[in-house]
Design a binder for this molecule. Structure first.
Ligand code: F6R
Length: 367
């Protein structure tokens, strides 16, 4: 049942190239120049009339939503707010019929997410669900559904569901852009071509699992570490940190790199591991200067960098791991993979039950 892998989590990490292909299949026109989402009932007129988007989810699905925010804002130029579902309805959010509410849920059964969906509908908004389970409560109650085709996810720690949610956001963001006319056909074709390469690029990363294993074993000896990044890298840092806490029980925090000096820097001392994501070239110099700040306090820095930048980064970090080149918006679909492997191997090194971490359930059906 684990297909030759020791754990479901490792199997599911390795299934990601297939999950990406399956989630994209049939949703890109034959000529590769536009997105087709025949499953959507919402009309183009409705999508042209919306003036804001709310993305609501829990945990890892929320982290996918944070990437989704950047994707939709940059492709479709619509303001997007993200909320964790357990907070959303208690802050009297401003939901109007011109709001599109996107709920994200692997299981489609998370109680808080379902309650947020109901609240959004009650306020007259249309709800689009991104979910992995056909026929789930979220899928049944939403107005529109984009199914992620990750296949069943058994491990409690979400991996292929998260990355498939990213693919769904890229597709929907492009669909919104083509419908609202915020991107040219050529721009859309350019992103779709880059998406087409993602599965192979993930395979390249997976082929380096042994390298990550070595790094993970060193990290597993620490009780406290940090993930830092800017922009979309910060969203991935949050996901990397959650994954590590969840299955290795090592405490970690994700920080927007520029926020470090507003408090957290006090916790950086000799030998503390810091995992820095450096995939956004326009923010590169800024993040490098944050790396210098932690290095000066003795941190041991692992940089996640784009291929071709290793030489430059090697001078500023202690260790680095390179991911294949893609468009800045698409990097989360690659950069999260070494972080998933890192958590897996750290948990393994510590002898924990990787697939069934303590205190956690796969599907949280209570509020
Ligand atoms: C983390 C994890 C959880 C879930 C969260 C939402 O690895 O799996 O944080 O992402 O409980 O679950 P779904 O997506 O089923 O609504």
């Amino acid at each position: 049942e684990k297909g030759g892998y020791d754990h479901f989590m490792l199997k599911e990490i390795h299934e990601q190239p297939k999950a990406y292909r399956d989630t994209m299949r049939g949703r890109i026109s034959e000529d590769g120049r536009s997105v087709v989402l025949p499953e959507l009932k919402v009309t183009p007129e409705h999508l042209r009339g919306i003036n804001r988007v709310h993305i609501v989810a829990c945990g890892t699905a929320m982290h996918a939503g944070m990437v989704g925010k950047t994707v939709i804002e940059s492709l479709a130029r619509l303001p997007v707010e993200t909320d964790v579902a357990s907070e959303y309805r208690y802050r009297s959010p401003i939901i109007t019929p011109e709001t599109l509410v996107i709920v994200v849920s692997q299981s489609g059964e998370t109680a808080d997410t379902l309650a947020a969906l109901r609240e959004a509908k009650r306020c007259g908004a249309r709800v689009l669900a991104i979910t992995n389970v056909v026929g789930s409560s979220v899928a049944r109650e939403a107005d529109d559904v984009i199914i992620t085709l990750a296949g069943p996810e058994i491990a409690v720690a979400s991996t292929k569901a998260y990355t498939s949610q990213l693919i769904a956001f890229y597709l929907f963001g492009l669909y919104l852009a083509q419908t609202r006319g915020t991107k040219s056909e050529a721009d859309i074709a350019h992103v779709l071509a880059a998406m087409d390469s993602l599965p192979e690029q993930v395979e390249k990363i997976l082929a380096q699992a042994e390298t990550v294993k070595g790094i993970a074993e060193a990290i597993s000896k620490h009780s406290n570490l940090f993930f830092i990044g800017r922009g979309i890298d910060y969203a991935v840092a949050l996901e990397g940190s959650l994954k590590l806490k969840e299955i290795s029980y090592i405490h970690s925090e994700a920080y927007a790199a520029g926020e470090l000096k507003h408090g957290t820097l006090a916790l950086i001392e000799e030998g503390v591991p810091v995992i820095a994501l450096l995939t956004q070239e326009d923010l590169y110099e800024k993040t490098l200067s944050n790396i210098k700040e932690v290095k000066a306090r003795g941190a041991d820095v692992l940089g996640i960098v784009n291929e071709g930048h290793e030489a430059e980064v090697a001078k500023s970090v202690d260790t680095h791991f390179a991911i294949p080149r893609t468009l800045p918006l698409l990097t989360p679909a690659l950069s999260v993979v070494p972080l998933q492997l890192l958590s897996y191997y750290a948990s393994l090194a510590l002898g924990h039950d990787v697939d069934k971490p303590r205190n956690l359930a796969k599907s949280v059906t209570v509020e």
